[in-house]
Design a protein around this ligand. Structure first.
Ligand code: DER
Length: 224
């Protein structure tokens, strides 16, 4: 299937949810990029909206496109949050964080009235875990967290950028872990968050209001 086309179709369908005067959380990644570019066009044609970016990468792109931005602490609730996902299962549980922005993404998604997720067909899975789950971890603690994750059989890998550690926008590390075969995602998420030094996980459970799935030449919109 033509993944780029599917991303574009899903992005196109998502911007229809954006109405004049809305405060919109802007996701991170290549699918979100299609959405942001389309919002830029609508803003250029008179749409009045304010964006709240989920990463420096997204902030820079939105700025370039002339989308007015505001910091999260200047708004009460976001009207809408639009973002991609790395994997999503039939219960709308997601793995996110492939783009390293999971912490801010989860903060925005949690603080918005309505979450719209846009994916190409490759993201829909039977069960999560083919894609490694990203954890945001404090550098000071990361070796201890690695040891703990190894004990749990989760096979942590420190994300690299060229030859040094990858740093998130908050200057933390990312550990990518293998959660395939894990049955109780809620319990797993709780256990991960209880490890001191783990800031946040890329497990998004119960965060989807609408899923827009681009499928060869068409889009499938599911209201959860
Ligand atoms: O990092 C993220 O959470 C992104 O949304 C990612 O999950 C999707 O990235 P993609 O749209 O480039 O596949």
């Amino acid at each position: 299937p033509n993944t780029e086309k599917e991303k574009q179709l899903a992005a196109e369908a998502s911007v229809k949810f954006v109405k004049d005067g809305m405060v919109v959380g802007l996701g991170t990644g290549s699918t979100a990029e299609f959405m942001i570019r389309q919002l830029g066009e609508k803003v250029a044609n008179g749409l009045s909206m304010t964006g709240v970016p989920s990463s420096e990468r997204t902030a820079n792109l939105a700025q370039e496109l002339g989308i007015p931005l505001t910091p999260l602490d200047k708004v009460d609730k976001l009207d809408l949050y639009i973002d991609g996902a790395d994997e999503i299962d039939a219960q709308f549980n997601m793995i996110k964080g492939g783009g390293g922005a999971l912490l801010r993404e989860k903060i925005l998604a949690y603080n918005s009235k309505f979450n719209v997720i846009i994916v190409d067909s490759s993201k829909k899975v039977e069960s999560l875990g083919k894609f490694r789950l990203p954890l945001e971890v404090i550098p000071l603690a990361h070796k201890k967290v690695v040891d703990q994750l190894i004990q749990l059989g989760l096979n942590p890998i420190l994300r690299k950028l060229d030859n040094s550690e990858y740093r998130t926008d908050e200057n933390n590390f990312i550990l990518d872990i293998n959660i395939s075969g894990q049955k109780n995602l809620k319990d797993l998420n709780t256990r991960l968050l209880e490890i001191p030094g783990v800031v946040e996980t890329g497990l998004f459970l119960d965060y989807v209001n609408v899923l827009i799935l681009g499928r060869a030449g068409d889009v499938e919109v599911t209201h959860v």
